[in-house]
Write a protein that binds this ligand. Structure first.
Ligand SMILES: CC(C)(COP(=O)(O)OP(=O)(O)OC[C@H]1O[C@@H](n2cnc3c(N)ncnc32)[C@H](O)[C@@H]1OP(=O)(O)O)[C@@H](O)C(=O)NCCC(=O)NCCS
Length: 307
């Protein structure tokens, strides 16, 4: 049987295949680890490769999502099956390898009692909010396998060398009205997690807390009277250079808090040697265009099919 489940020892091989098969993206061992081995509620039956001897010809990473924020899982019975990544070695395409992988996933998910399979529009922990439209063969492939296109999403690019992202004056101004901006710390986990869950729901709670595990923590917060009132994070669900999520509570908006928090995240990324950040799965396009000169650089289509 050429299909075999993946384990820790396969990580370098999976990384090598992703790097060669998905040229619009930059992969690292850490990223594969996050999406394969640290997958939320990981089920190894949904992560497998197509092997010829020791050679990995195709890879599929799937999973399930049960957290519903009232938006992403859209009235589907939970948990919903998700296809996080599928790729075939460029030298072995159009030979039915990915078809065997997706057929196996569908069978395994049916056996597990799942009734819907989605590619994109699920959170937390995803590479992309859908399939990048420029990965056109993948769109054709999904449609060939009974997936229907249900929606789209965009990322926006920010040139990190275009501005200084200096926030000193704004931070001082905000301090003058009782709002303190700072980096979130691992010791915030309990209070920050409780606030995220109550103010923004379980998906952003998961993502915000994930940021605290990064070194340095990749989240900033605003506090007023000792209470959190806004946050922004990067390197949470997707690739390391992707910004989001972020939120300012309604009664503290229009004071420039969100912009300061965004700038702090962008400055971190620049200082880490990154030249372009992406705002992931946007949201308020005009806000990012205005405050960071961000432009839409990626368009994703998301699909689903009944199992
Ligand atoms: C999408 C991908 C996984 C397909 O892998 P594959 O092993 O070549 O797929 P299959 O041979 O099983 O193709 C099955 C069907 O999909 C469709 N398809 C696949 N590639 C296609 C292409 N380049 N153009 C049009 N249709 C295509 C066809 O209907 C094909 O059947 P056919 O060959 O009988 O016409 C592969 O192109 C790939 O690795 N792309 C890069 C990874 C990617 O973009 N992943 C999406 C993000 S997760």
């Amino acid at each position: 049987m050429p299909i075999r489940e993946l384990n820790q020892a396969d990580l370098p091989t999976v990384l090598d295949l992703c790097q060669r098969a998905l040229p619009l993206d930059t992969f690292s061992a850490q990223l594969i680890q996050r999406h394969m081995l640290d997958e939320p509620e990981r089920n190894p039956a949904f992560q497998f490769g197509f092997w010829e001897g020791d050679e990995l010809r195709g890879v599929l990473l799937g999973g399930t999502r049960r957290i519903d924020d009232g938006h992403t899982l859209l009235h589907r019975p939970r948990p919903v099956g998700v296809l996080k990544l599928i790729a075939t070695d460029p030298a072995y395409r159009r030979q039915g390898i990915a078809s065997q992988l997706i057929t196996a996933l569908i069978e395994r998910m049916r056996d597990a009692g799942l009734t819907w399979l989605r590619s994109g529009n699920f959170a937390p922990s995803y590479f992309w909010p859908g399939v990048d439209a420029r990965y056109t063969p993948a769109l054709c492939f999904l449609q060939r396998h009974g997936f229907q296109r249900k929606g789209d999403a965009v990322n926006m690019a920010v040139d990190l060398h275009a501005h200084t992202w200096d926030t000193a004056d704004d931070e001082e101004r905000l301090l003058g009205v009782g709002i303190r901006i700072r980096r979130a710390q691992p010791s915030d986990a309990d209070a920050f997690g409780a606030w995220l869950g109550q103010a923004w729901g379980p998906i952003w709670q998961w993502e915000g807390l994930r940021a605290l595990h990064n070194q340095p923590p990749s989240a900033f917060v605003a506090e007023r009277d000792g209470e959190f009132c806004a946050f922004a994070a990067y390197n949470t669900s997707s690739f390391p250079h992707v910004f989001g999520p972020t939120g300012t509570v309604e009664d503290q908006r229009a004071q420039g808090i969100g912009r300061v928090l965004l700038c702090l995240c962008l400055r971190d990324l620049r200082d880490a040697g990154c030249s372009q950040a992406e705002i992931g799965w946007v949201g308020p396009i005009a806000f990012y265009a205005r405050v960071a000169d961000a432009t839409i650089n990626r368009v994703f289509f998301w699909h689903e099919r009944e199992l």
